[in-house]
Ligand binder design. Structure first.
Ligand code: NAD
Length: 264
């Protein structure tokens, strides 16, 4: 859907060089927002995806390569966004990684990285974005949590802890901004077929000696009653709703879009 809902505003989406973040960035660009991209990847490919967003939607884009596990780099990115576009109106905390292992085998450095990237980075971007949002009395903070912010799954201790953490952080941010025009909410996706999940599909196919398609089906059927993946575009539309005026009294929710996962 194309429109002017956010013409002249700036959206910063962490981890937007791929998957869900890219889908959300494109949805906000389609509504006229300038986009600050962030995430890893090949610099030519990142330039190409920015050029496509500029061509498709006539907005301005910028890119910062901050590593979301490093507070000093996050500070540099927020400063860059303020200098380039005069601040961030819509902040989408999306960057995330996964690692799957039993607790006793879980590499300590993976635990630390998941907590830093999937949870602490949102604290840093939020603390740095809030003063200007409060001064303008308008802002939208959208945290991409997960169904794993609401329920657990074996072998995902760090991820589940980080995602439950970000749901809690969302509530506190919403309470501290409740009397202002700034809102904060979380989105909790079920399975979305992005590179993060493709790795888990590949591992399952190899372990169980089944095809890629069979691995996808068995992954879905285990948890997601619809048997279908959620798409980045659908998540973009939910983020857009949370950023709209109609959602100005939606505060501190953790909204799942999960094909029925959490209804079980
Ligand atoms: P993805 O792997 O396609 O994209 C992750 C993005 O984060 C990429 O742009 C990557 O470069 C970036 N990133 C990773 N580490 C980073 C770091 N240290 N600093 C900066 N950027 C970094 O994954 P995705 O599936 O699109 O996941 C996006 C978010 O959605 C994550 O928070 C993930 O936990 C969440 N999520 C995904 C699913 C799913 O099924 N795919 C489900 C629920 C929640």
């Amino acid at each position: 859907m194309q429109g002017n809902m956010h013409k002249g505003k700036t959206a910063l989406v962490t981890g937007s060089t791929s998957g869900i973040g890219l889908g959300i960035a494109r949805t906000f660009a389609a509504q006229g927002a300038n986009i600050v991209f962030n995430g890893f990847g090949d610099s030519k490919e990142i330039e190409a995806l920015q050029a496509k967003v500029r061509d498709d939607f006539g907005v301005q884009t910028a890119y910062h390569n901050a590593d979301m596990s490093k507070p000093a780099e996050i500070e540099a990115m927020m400063k860059f966004a303020a200098e380039r576009f005069g601040g961030v109106d819509i902040l989408v905390n999306n960057a995330g990684i996964q690692h799957v292992a039993n607790i006793e085998d879980f590499p300590v450095e993976k635990w630390d990285a998941i907590i830093a990237i999937n949870l602490s980075s949102a604290f840093h971007t939020t603390r740095l974005a809030l003063p200007a949002m409060k001064a303008r009395n308008w802002g939208r903070i959208i945290n991409i949590a997960s169904v794993h912010g609401l329920v657990g799954s074996a072998q995902k201790s760090a991820y589940v802890a980080a995602k439950h953490g970000i749901v809690g952080f969302t509530k506190v941010t919403a309470l501290e901004t409740a009397h202002t025009g700034v809102t904060c909410n979380a989105i909790c996706p079920g399975w979305v077929l992005t590179p993060l999940v493709q790795k888990q599909v590949d591992a399952r196919a190899a372990q169980q000696h089944i095809s890629n398609d069979e691995a996808k089906k068995s992954l879905l059927m285990e948890k997601q009653p619809s048997g279908e993946f959620v798409t980045p575009e659908q998540l973009g539309e939910l983020a857009l709703f949370l950023s709209s005026d109609a959602a100005s009294q939606v505060r501190g929710v953790a909204w799942n879009m999960d094909g029925g996962w959490v209804a079980q």
